[in-house]
Design a protein around this ligand. Sequence first.
Ligand SMILES: Nc1ncnc2c1ncn2[C@@H]1O[C@H](COP(=O)(O)OP(=O)(O)O)[C@@H](O)[C@H]1O
Ligand SMILES: [Mg+2]
Length: 271
Amino acid sequence: MSEQDARTLEQKFADLQRENEQLKSQLMQSQKMSSVGALAASITHEFNNILTTTINYAKMGLRHTDEATREKAFTKILNAGQRAAKITTGMLSYARNHNEQKEATDLVQLVEEVLVLVEKDLQIHRVNLETRFEGRPFANVNANQVQQVLLNLIVNGRQAMEGGGRMVIGVLANREANTAEISVRDSGTGIPAEQLQKIFQPFYTTKKADARGQGGTGLGLSMCREVIEAHQGRIRVESQVGEGTTFTLRFPLFVGQGDSPANLRMHHLAS
Ligand SMILES: Nc1ncnc2c1ncn2[C@@H]1O[C@H](COP(=O)(O)OP(=O)(O)O)[C@@H](O)[C@H]1O
Ligand SMILES: [Mg+2]
């Protein structure tokens, strides 16, 4: 092969690599949008409720001129508006954030922010949600990416519980192993043993596309694994057909952190 050919090949290879990177990031973005898409119906429903509340209390405030009633009306309207703002802020930051940085993050808070987005969706699908927070672990993560992982796991869990069920979301600090864990458990169909090794493969899905585009892309879990591995973390699955499934994310515990928020504040002051 001539030097010229070698250079052309090298050039081609570099181009393909760049193209590959671009496609990957586009895929990530569309995966992100498809998980938000899965929530669209229930978020619309929630906004309708908020508007109904706002309109009714505005009418009440207009009808009654006494101070107490007006104050109540304004308070209700304010609360409704703030709830709406919380949801849209959550969605916008989720969809827009491309930042790759990691920082010491309160995992309980990270989970709670995702719950704002999914609560209504779970309720509409008759899923009982329980949270179990033990301790207040921090981990060095990119909050937006980990929230995307969580959203994927929650939507998967909900989709495995047709007709409703129970979801338990846990956060705990394992001080012996020096890890922080987030777990998502559902009481859904479970995953047969022979499928377990395939579920993390890109494009592996058992979901058929339906009219609302709610079918599977098969990219959710492969994206989850990629994100978690980029955090030196682990993702584990345990499943029992007919009983349900638990996904556990495990991250190195943020170093230099004591148990209490007070210790954490001291850490920040010292650094
Ligand atoms: N919580 C769960 N319960 C049962 N099956 C699951 C669960 N999570 C994932 N799966 C299985 O793994 C497959 C791949 O999941 P994922 O990568 O998120 O793709 P998708 O959700 O688009 O199908 C799903 O199609 C489903 O068969
Ligand atoms: Mg999925």
